[in-house]
Write a protein that binds this ligand. Structure first.
Ligand code: CO8
Length: 258
């Protein structure tokens, strides 16, 4: 499918989505939200793919929602929402691993989009922030909620109330990103990490993802019970049998993804 605001490509076992509005630092317009939702759904339904990467360009992952598009919106426009709202649903329902690869600015809705993904890999040049306070508003796409869960109340307050940016090193220190990669090797490294993920058993990936997401939503007691049940269910898969047999036989597993 041809898109106007993103590029969607397949690289062997991974789906790669590049936000592509460089003239406005990949500001997230409604059209981009719709196209990204469509590409995610196509990759989710493509059985040949085991992981999805969302990225931008060297200067910006995304500098937020499109302010020019948003500025005259009324309460009812905001309430009814647009394609960007559907994108949040699509991402939260996506069962395959989704990696955000962030270079340059990830601000406002850009930072929120990255946090909706399963984990964030940052280039040394990445800059994260929730600058909505400077526009007289607040984050509206999970910035006060996901950021607080990821980095804690004090730092989330600092970020949202000052509107300052944090660099990649600080983002790694406080747990916003899983790792920081050298600028020159950034996309090569991201792709090899995504392919490593995609080389695993898909049902096992999905069960891991589901359990970790559950940890963000529930008590430790209920989360442990949820994990225990998923662990038990894993013994009903062909891939559990294959994975353990391959270990004992000292060979590589051949996943059936069943
Ligand atoms: N929206 C629209 N256009 C933008 C945006 C944006 N978010 N960010 C940058 N641009 C445009 C600029 O207007 C400029 O366009 P032009 O060349 O036509 O003047 C072009 O991109 C390049 O930007 P700059 O000239 O400003 O580049 P600088 O390198 O000088 O500065 C910054 C880079 C610091 C990133 C600066 O562009 C900036 O501050 N951008 C805005 C950041 C921001 O406030 N983001 C938050 C937006 S609000 C939001 O995201 C709420 C999300 C809620 C979603 C809810 C959905 C349901």
């Amino acid at each position: 499918m041809t898109y106007k605001t993103i590029i969607a490509e397949i690289d062997e076992t991974i789906g790669l989505i590049t936000l592509n509005r460089p003239q406005v630092l990949n500001a997230l317009s409604n059209q981009l939200g719709g196209e990204l939702t469509q590409a995610l759904s196509d990759f989710e339904n493509n059985h040949a793919l085991g992981a999805i990467v969302i990225t931008g360009n060297e200067k910006a992952f995304a500098a937020g929602a499109d302010i020019a598009e948003m500025k005259d919106q009324s309460y009812i426009d905001a309430y009814q929402g647009g394609a960007t709202c559907n994108l949040e649903d699509a991402l939260s329902k996506c069962r395959k691993p989704v990696i955000a690869a962030v270079s340059g600015y990830a601000l406002g809705g850009g930072c929120e989009l990255a946090m909706m993904c399963d984990f964030i890999i940052a280039s040394e040049s990445a800059k994260f922030g929730q600058p909505e306070i400077n526009l007289g508003i607040l984050p509206g796409w999970g910035g006060t909620q996901r950021l607080t869960r990821l980095i804690g109340k004090s730092k989330a307050m600092d970020m949202c109330l000052t509107g300052r940016m944090m660099d990649a090193a600080e983002a790694e220190r406080c747990g916003l990103v899983s790792r920081v990669v050298e600028k020159d090797k950034f996309m090569d490294q991201v792709i090899s990490i995504a392919k490593l993920v995609a080389s695993k058993s898909l049902p096992a990936l999905m069960m891991n993802k589901e359990c970790i997401n559950q940890a963000m939503e529930t008590s430790l007691h209920d989360g442990l019970l949820f994990e225990r049940r998923q662990f038990q269910a894993a013994f009903a898969t062909a891939d559990q049998k294959e994975g353990m047999a391959a270990f004992v036989e000292k060979r590589k597993p051949h996943w059936m993804h069943r």
